[in-house]
Design a protein around this ligand. Structure first.
Ligand code: FES
Ligand SMILES: [Fe+2]
Length: 364
């Protein structure tokens, strides 16, 4: 994913496909959809998956392909214990992928079915996501114990409400991610009385600092020009917000106001090399006294995500013709850091684009 400099002013970003980052966790689907005995399909990083929940509650993810002749395992059967291929009836234990029965074998056959495996991926349930670890090709399917921990939404107390929002985006994961961290589109894409208007644009100064494989917008008082943040003023306590971005695709936001808090984890997940999906999971204990707070939050959150989605659908129209693009300072600086972090991860150099805290300025 080389970055070509096209002019003093800008850096070109690449066309419709993106290099994907493996050896990490990605959310495949919502675990509420996984009922014992049912199989569900998902696509992650161009890999077709079949997911399910065993009778004992454990979730699993297999490559949706029988190792015998490649028919999708998802068209077969699942009894809560074993996945049975619909073609020749091979039976697989889905957490390990181990083949436990080949019905066609006779007593004189020497083949040991249990030495055959369907490709199983590590799969963990957190915050209602089925997280799947996608190893680099050829690294083997079993855990090495060196995987990063499963991502988790931060919570700051035992009682909270939650919501999940998502949208398919017709662009590659890089465009999805830089759209996510882009501060300058807010007043144009997200114009609404309840959020902010174009006329409310003002100059912002934000401090950033490096964190492992990412960067943090240091704790700050949030923008005074958007209504939800103004509403937090009712608590009469200082409001502080921290936003992190960490490879491969995670943005977390934490807003604290005394013992009131809001926390979100947004991921932009490559479905294929040219399409992605945005998921937002959130938990909060603010405004718990407001009736219908969850449907209200979901309504406005969904509107917000839809505005991004509509813009990216329009952008995808333009990107089809492979235009050369640019990233400008300072509003696109986080996007430049993202590309540099990603390149460092792919090259294995571990080089961080930030050597220390910096201040960025933009109008939004
Ligand atoms: S293709 Fe699956 S058992 Fe033959
Ligand atoms: Fe947006």
């Amino acid at each position: 994913m080389p970055l070509r400099t096209t002019s003093e002013a800008g850096v070109s970003i690449q066309g419709p496909t993106a290099t994907l980052i493996d050896d990490d966790w990605y959310p495949a689907l919502r675990t509420g959809a996984l009922r014992t005995g049912k199989l569900k399909t998902a696509m992650l990083l161009d890999i077709p998956l079949v997911l399910g929940r065993r009778g004992d509650g454990r979730v699993f993810a297999l490559r949706d392909s029988c190792p015998h002749r490649g028919i999708p395992l998802s068209v077969g059967w699942f009894d809560g214990k074993r996945v049975t291929c619909r073609y020749h009836g091979w039976e697989f234990e889905p957490c390990s992928g181990r083949c436990e029965l080949i019905p066609s074998l006779t007593k004189i056959d020497k083949l040991d079915a249990t030495r055959i495996y369907a490709t199983a991926f590590r799969c963990e349930e957190r915050d209602g996501h089925a997280w799947v670890f996608i190893p680099s090709p050829g690294s083997g399917k079993r855990s090495t114990g060196a995987e990063p921990p499963v991502p988790e939404l931060a919570k700051f107390g035992p009682r909270y409400r939650t919501a999940h929002l998502w949208a398919d985006l017709p662009c590659n994961v890089d465009h999805g991610i830089i759209g996510l961290m882009d501060p300058a589109h807010g007043p144009f894409v997200h114009q609404a009385w309840w959020w902010r208007s174009r006329a409310s644009i003002r100059e912002k100064t934000k401090k950033f600092e490096p964190i492992p494989e990412g960067f943090r917008m240091s704790a700050h008082a949030p923008s005074g020009n958007s209504v939800p943040y103004k509403l937090l003023g009712v608590y009469g306590q200082p409001v502080e917000t921290t936003i992190d971005f960490v490879l491969p695709n995670r943005r977390t936001e934490q807003i604290r106001c005394g013992d009131k808090w809001f926390s979100s984890l947004t991921t932009v997940t490559p479905v294929t090399a040219s399409t992605c999906r945005i998921d937002v999971i959130a938990a909060w204990n603010v405004f718990s006294w407001v009736p219908l707070v969850t449907p209200i939050a979901k309504f406005f959150g969904a509107k917000f995500v839809r505005q991004d989605q509509e813009t990216m659908i329009q952008q995808a129209e333009g990107l089809r013709h492979n235009p050369s693009l640019m990233l400008i300072d300072d509003a696109d600086k986080p996007a430049k850091w993202y590309f540099a972090l990603k390149q460092a991860r792919l090259d294995g150099t571990g080089k961080h684009p930030l050597s220390g805290p910096v201040e960025l300025h933009w109008r939004s």
